[in-house]
Design a protein around this ligand. Structure first.
Ligand code: GLA
Length: 389
């Protein structure tokens, strides 16, 4: 059953009626640009085919009542007018936070009954939380008659819900990918100007493919390390006399930082920003894509592995299962691989060529080390959030 059908049938069993509509929003993977978003830099994520679905109908009592197939038996019931950061514990804080942030942005929000289903794995670093926020944001704006809220504005509202209501200091990448993604494209987002454009991205046409490895080491951004990295980047920018690390394009500039930790953090951000632009240039080179398409993906693969080394050694957000998965994938013939997302758990993105043995090699390596078997998902650049048929 698709998440949309799952949400629809859960709605019927929770609320004894049919929903007014079903809205879906995807998780995301990120091709390049990690920990660059909150530094005002570039990111190149894409929306996944895996989605979170929200079946919803307005209610007259100004309450928000939520049930989720992933949280059986746990119904959240909150008064819309009493919503405030800290008011809803647990998973209900994501949809609750969106209702709160929409109202704070002056949008009309009705009371609503909401049933949720999802095939975005939680805790796998694929932005299941952004998917839930964005599907809720679409549902509530449509039910509230707010008309079509511009997607970048909705992304900012969903991010505010996560930052201020849930209390996770994330950047703007995940919500932007979920709301602005387009099938067959990656989204180039300039996190300083918030301008974005679609970059054609179809590895399948060159015989390449993207595989996600959920390393089954769950991550939690609420942990202090993410916030610590943000603070280190801000400190590095301050010492370099720039408003944000985005302003630095020459990696040699970071050598001016006396503190070795800050120097490494800044070097990752500056080189990853550059890698985003290198990948975009490769994808936009029509001569190379039509001729030796495979060679372009080989080069992108090399950049992915470089980015992993930078995240591992300079930014220090990798984790043992990710390092082992990258090494095993590359050893088995993949074009390249890297951890994605905030780090300390979650998934690895592999750019794979034809006929490789990545799956077997990675599974064997995990078994050899006595780790929980990893999950493999096909990553296909898909459309962003929408109302389901
Ligand atoms: C998490 C955050 C994003 C971004 C990534 C790292 O996914 O939610 O905003 O900072 O980590 O690139």
């Amino acid at each position: 059953m698709s998440p949309a059908d799952g949400a629809r049938s859960l709605f019927a069993s929770c609320f004894g009626a049919a929903p007014a509509g079903v809205w879906v929003a995807p998780g995301r993977a990120n091709l390049m640009g990690e920990h660059t978003d909150y530094n005002g830099g570039f990111v190149l994520p894409f929306a996944l085919g895996q989605v979170t679905a929200v079946a919803a109908a307005p209610r007259a009592d100004r309450r928000l009542v939520l049930c989720s197939r992933q949280q059986p038996g746990l119904v959240v019931d909150a008064a819309l007018d009493d919503l405030a950061p800290g008011a809803i514990p647990g998973w209900g804080a994501y949809p609750g936070g969106v209702a709160w942030a929409l109202r704070a942005a002056g949008r009309k929000v009705p009371g609503a009954s909401i049933a949720i289903d999802s095939d975005v794995p939680a805790g796998a670093g694929l932005s299941s939380s952004a998917a839930l926020e964005c599907a809720t944001a679409l549902a509530l704006t449509e039910l509230g008659g707010s008309g079509l809220v511009p997607r970048p504005e909705l992304a900012a509202i969903a991010r505010r819900a996560e930052n201020e209501f849930v209390g996770v200091p994330s950047g703007i990448m995940d919500q932007s990918a979920s709301l602005l993604g387009r099938a067959g494209h990656a989204l180039l987002l300039d996190c300083r100007s918030l301008e974005s454009c679609q970059v054609p991205f179809d590895p399948g046409s060159a015989g390449a493919r993207l595989v996600l490895i959920d390393t089954r080491a769950t991550h939690a951004l609420t942990g202090g390390e993410y916030a610590r990295r943000r603070a280190e980047c801000e400190e590095a920018a301050r010492l370099l006399g720039v408003p944000s690390l985005r302003a630095v394009t020459d990696p040699a500039v970071v050598d001016r930082l006396a503190d070795p930790v800050l120097r490494r953090r800044a070097r990752h951000v500056v080189t990853d920003d550059n890698r985003v632009l290198q990948v975009v240039a490769l994808l936009r080179d029509p001569a190379r894509l039509s001729g030796e398409g495979g060679e372009v993906y080989r080069e992108i693969g090399r950049l992915l592995t470089q980015a992993h080394e930078s995240l591992r050694d300079d930014f220090e957000v990798s984790w043992p299962e990710a390092d082992a998965a990258v090494a095993a994938a590359v050893g088995a013939g993949a074009f390249g691989a890297r951890m994605i997302g905030g780090g300390f758990g979650g998934s690895v993105l592999v750019l794979d060529g034809p006929g490789s043995r990545v799956r077997t090699a990675v599974s064997e390596e995990f078994a050899r080390r006595g780790w929980t078997a990893p999950d493999f998902l096909e990553a296909i650049a898909s459309d962003g959030a929408r109302r389901a048929a």
